[in-house]
Design a protein around this ligand. Structure first.
Ligand code: PBE
Length: 267
């Protein structure tokens, strides 16, 4: 079937993830932006719920529209495509930033320096994610650090060891962010920090850094995904810039669906 059949078959619904996700706000923005999505609904859920619905649809070769992002293992498990988004309502390619609390440079200069140097490629994130899905993310991160000694040696070069100082890292429970937090945890522990990783909603990540409860995060996607939390707290944190680039959000469908653009959907 064409786009009209597809729209009816999915009951004019896009299947979403957690209400607190930036992706969820972008999807609401998309419903507001496109006139042809008048009367459409975003079904908010969870990442696990979205994956279950996606898997079931693909098992039955039925149409399905989900909010999706890269890097994520759904693109390895299934043949999927992003719908074109001529209005740019889901944002463009993004960077993932390292954001630290004010005063960290003075209080924990060793950690600050390592975090300032931390940078890796999407392929590295993916490697930890895929390895993590088969074992555990802490183990996968430790393997990545062992196998990428040259990169890690540059991040820790000339940094004096510390003696069990506590370090509070805040992150988000999505796989790519679990992967980056575990790699940073592993490297900070090498320097001698006693690291706690806490996964919270994006809003709480920014609150915790801004009020000094947490030391750092390597999770926020910018400029758009977590953009309004960033703007709300601007001035109350230090942005050390991208630790990774070329992540992406969008409306995602199975390859077998005969539709290429959000604009083709029908009200
Ligand atoms: N995500 C993954 C998150 C950030 C990283 C795109 C699902 C979100 O806030 O939407």
């Amino acid at each position: 079937g064409g786009a009209a059949d597809v729209s009816e078959a999915v009951d004019y619904t896009i299947y979403g993830i957690e209400p607190g996700a930036g992706l969820t706000e972008l999807a609401h923005n998309t419903l507001d932006t496109y006139d042809n999505l008048d009367g459409w609904t975003l079904e908010e859920s969870s990442t696990g719920g979205m994956m279950t619905v996606l898997r079931e649809a693909i098992d039955n070769e039925e149409p399905i529209l989900v909010t999706g992002w890269s890097p994520h293992y759904k693109f390895v498990e299934f043949d999927l495509k992003y719908l074109e988004d001529p209005e740019g309502a889901m944002g463009d390619a993004e960077d993932v930033h390292t954001i630290v609390r004010l005063g960290l440079e003075e209080d924990k200069p060793e950690a600050y320096q390592m975090l300032d140097r931390f940078y890796w490629e999407v392929e590295d994130v993916e490697q930890v994610m895929y390895d993590g899905e088969d074992s555990t993310y802490p183990e996968a991160a430790e393997n990545w650090v062992d196998n990428n000694r040259d990169a890690v040696d540059e991040w820790v070069a000339d940094i004096e060891p510390v003696d069990g100082e506590p370090f509070e890292l805040v992150s988000m429970a999505w796989e790519s962010e679990v992967a980056s937090a575990q790699v940073v945890r592993t490297v900070l522990e090498e320097i001698g920090y006693d690291v706690t990783v806490t996964d919270v909603d994006p809003a709480v990540v920014f609150q915790a850094i801004a009020n000094g409860e947490a030391d750092a995060t390597v999770a926020p996607w910018l400029p758009v995904t977590q953009g309004h939390h960033y703007e709300e707290h601007e001035g109350d944190f230090e942005d050390l810039g991208p630790n990774s680039t070329d992540t992406r959000n969008g409306i995602v469908v199975p390859e077998y669906m005969d539709i290429e653009s959000i604009e083709e959907l029908e009200p």
